[in-house]
Design a protein. Sequence first.
Length: 236
Amino acid sequence: MQSLLRTRGGVTRATAKIHAARGPCKLHMGLGMDDRFNTIAGWTLFGGIVALGLSSLSGHYFLADKEHRPEKMGYVIEGVEAEGGAGAAVAEPIANRLAKADVAKGEATFAKCKACHTIAQGGANGIGPNLWGVVGEAQAAGRGGYAFSDALKAKGGKWDFASLDEWLTSPAKYATGTKMSFAGIGDAQQRADVILYLNSQGSSLPLPAAEAAAAPAADASAPAADASAEASEAAK
């Protein structure tokens, strides 16, 4: 009997040594790995939720009350036409603006056009045509074989002072589909300065006579007030 117990004890100890040699139970190891994976996945999900929330909050902040273009821009973008509304000031006739235009100012404003145009006599065409002697010339014709857009060709006529003023206000509105991407010159007097400068470069057309200023409208309420006063005196 004792011999049998000793044998069983030896087997038990041997079995324990085998398990110890094999290491931790695979089941326990699997549970530990699952716990670590769940922890990592949880923190990853939490981080994604926080990032999404911050993105949404920042978007609402930066877009709040900003549906419309600011009344006054933080800085001026050259070549961008100013927005006009119902209350925009009506420009003086081009003849009146030309009478007080300044060639030097026009040359300075024209500097932004030199990225696309040359203006020297015999100058090569660039992105846009050479502009020497353009005032009074036919629209979309000549200019050393420059390839004008069909939209501008369809306009016809000549580049007189009025058409140049309209063109420089907004090329896209003047000839829808034009290749000229310049937005226009919003300042009416600056346009007149540029046109006067263009006229000095190979054209020298006589300037139109300035138009007389319109007489102020008579106050329609004055006659009515006088008639009312006369009636009151007669009733006394």
